[in-house]
Design a protein around this ligand. Structure first.
Ligand SMILES: *[C@@H]1O[C@H](CO)[C@@H](O)[C@H](O)[C@H]1NC(C)=O
Length: 263
């Protein structure tokens, strides 16, 4: 697939891109209803804070600890070499005496596995699978419990997709960042960085987790392109943000890209 070709079409025909996104969304909605739960096991972070960790393997920083009210989780196989970072799952435990039907929705912000577990939840998220506070105490006492899970859409009301420039970035030689607040239930499978003045783009590397890097970032104002893909559908839309990354981007800063998705 030619990136430059795709991009020029999208830029010239924003309306058809919009129509395509709407179509993708209704396809995604149709799929959601048929997704069934998968059996597994879950534990919770030992000796941890109530919420998640800002040192998670996804590299999300503070987002990884506080997002979704702290209902976050480490994943083992679902981490998928970092592609699974930021994915949302509904997890519910199966003990009918203690567990609610709804369970809890968590965001993957870390990697980890316990005794045949797919999830290591924050203590808060683990307790929230229970019907009552007493039941939560009983679940916590069990430590590892049977659960079932399914992937669900992430939802961040009133947030646009935002990039957080990693503290280790070194302007203008080395750029590393993570992407926060991506809604929906698709993975970001590729990211490219484009010079806005000539639309020359380069694909970035996923260095680990959700961290995208390049050792020679292009000059001038930059725009980002994000590919959403799950390998199941032939059509993979590139998300094209409205806002640029400023020419003098700074380590530690966050930049609102002015777009959101719900695919
Ligand atoms: C999201 O982006 C839109 C379009 O650029 C902007 O109007 C809006 O204020 C942004 N929303 C937030 C919550 O920043």
């Amino acid at each position: 697939m030619s990136f430059r070709h795709t991009m020029s079409i999208s830029l010239r025909c924003p309306l058809s891109l919009f129509a395509a996104l709407l179509l993708m969304q209704s396809l995604a909605d149709a799929q959601t209803s048929s997704d069934s739960f998968i059996h597994s096991r879950a534990a919770y972070y030992p000796n941890s804070d109530e919420k998640g960790t800002d040192k998670g393997a996804c590299g999300f920083g503070s987002f990884g600890a506080t997002i979704n009210g702290g209902d976050v989780s480490a994943a083992s196989d679902l981490y998928r070499n970092g592609v699974g970072c930021g994915a949302c799952y509904q997890v519910r435990c199966t003990n009918t005496a203690y567990c609610s039907d709804k369970g809890v929705t968590v965001v993957i912000t870390d990697q980890g596995s316990g005794d045949r577990t797919d999830f290591i939840l924050s203590r808060r998220a683990f307790g929230r699978m229970a019907q009552t506070t007493d039941a939560a105490a009983s679940l916590l006492a069990l430590g590892v419990i049977d659960v079932e899970y399914r992937r669900v859409s992430c939802s961040y009301p009133n947030k646009n997709i935002t990039i957080k420039i990693d503290e280790n970035s070194n302007y203008p030689y080395y750029l590393a960042f993570v992407i926060w607040y991506q809604q929906g239930k698709k993975d970001i499978t590729a990211v490219q960085l484009c010079e806005t003045r000539n639309l020359v783009c380069k694909l970035l590397d996923r260095s680990y987790g959700a961290v995208w890097t390049t050792t020679s970032p292009p000059n001038g104002p930059l725009s980002l392109r994000m590919l959403l893909g799950d390998d199941e559908e032939g059509q993979e839309p590139w998300i094209i943000p409205i806002n640029n990354i400023p020419q003098n981007w700074k380590a530690g800063e966050t930049y609102d890209l002015g777009v959101q998705v719900d695919l």
